[in-house]
Design a protein around this ligand. Structure first.
Ligand code: NAG
Ligand code: NAG
Length: 252
């Protein structure tokens, strides 16, 4: 008879403890304020700093909102906007004239917007909502704002990367291919081998003007032009040997 009784009371104690530690606090933290942990913006943007809250009590005229700011460099938080029945945005200081109240307390919204964000606006924005009698719980929430310079350099770097990794290699490959097509190594060597006797013997023999050894170094296309000239000269000055004619046709 005693044992079941003890068991029941022990169970009750456990249940009571469970209720105290896990269920009891929930009616106390009846207000929950939430903000995005991080907001990123570019210089000159209009940034919405959203803040929403849920409360077991309906928002009344006693409900208040405070927005404060703590610079990235540190220092104490500074309250810059107070809402109580109506919003009191800052008229001077860092955010003077740049804060708009966007909230609708009846819908649990206490958002603001920051106009013309500057690089100096980096820091932590804190939204605090009090809705008496709900004044306990997580009444505050933080948003870290990061304002970056508005850079076309992001686009520029994209273009640079594109140029570097795609266009440059393809241009190089194209150039190499064109070079190979126009000046195949074998043919160039052949042409040198074939040309030198013609140059030395016939060029010297007939005294063709402007036809010197310097032109050995000339490029393939120049050689082609020279071949035509040579042909022209040879036709004028001498009957061309048939091998040389065949060579001139096959070249380039
Ligand atoms: C934004 O700020 C810059 C200087 O910080 C100012 O020249 C410009 O007029 C401002 N724009 C607006 C819309 O307030
Ligand atoms: C704000 O943060 C951005 C990104 O980290 C940085 O580029 C900028 O210089 C910071 N502004 C200041 C005033 O430190």
């Amino acid at each position: 008879m005693r044992r079941p009784l003890r068991r029941t009371s022990a169970l009750n104690v456990v249940l009571l403890l469970y209720w105290l530690c896990c269920l009891a606090p929930s009616p106390v933290s009846s207000i929950i304020v939430t903000t995005p942990p991080e907001v990123h913006a570019s210089k000159g943007d209009t940034v919405t700093l959203s803040c929403s809250f849920t409360s077991t009590s309906r928002p009344t005229s006693r409900m208040t909102v405070d927005w404060s700011y703590r610079p990235q460099s540190g220092g104490p938080p500074m309250m810059f906007l107070h809402f109580s029945s109506r919003a009191y945005p800052p008229t001077e200081g860092q955010f003077g004239g740049r804060i708009r109240w966007q909230g609708t307390p009846a819908r649990g919204d206490a958002s603001i917007s920051l106009i013309n964000a500057t690089l100096n606006d980096n820091g932590t924005f804190t939204c605090t909502v009090r809705n008496p009698p709900d004044v306990h719980g997580s009444t505050t929430s933080h948003t870290v704002l990061t304002v970056t310079p508005r850079v076309p350099s992001i686009r520029f770097s994209d273009v640079a990367v594109l140029l570097f990794f795609i266009l440059l290699p393809s241009a190089v490959i194209t150039l190499i291919l064109i070079g190979r097509m126009m000046c195949p190594k074998k043919e160039r060597n052949q042409s040198k081998a074939h040309r030198s006797p013609i140059e030395v013997t016939e060029g010297d023999e007939y005294g063709i003007p402007g036809y010197t050894h310097k032109e050995d170094r000339a490029k393939c296309c120049d050689l082609y032009v020279m071949d035509s000239d040579e042909e022209y000269y040879l036709k004028d000055f001498k009957k061309r040997p048939p091998e040389a004619e065949g060579y001139a046709d096959s070249h380039c």
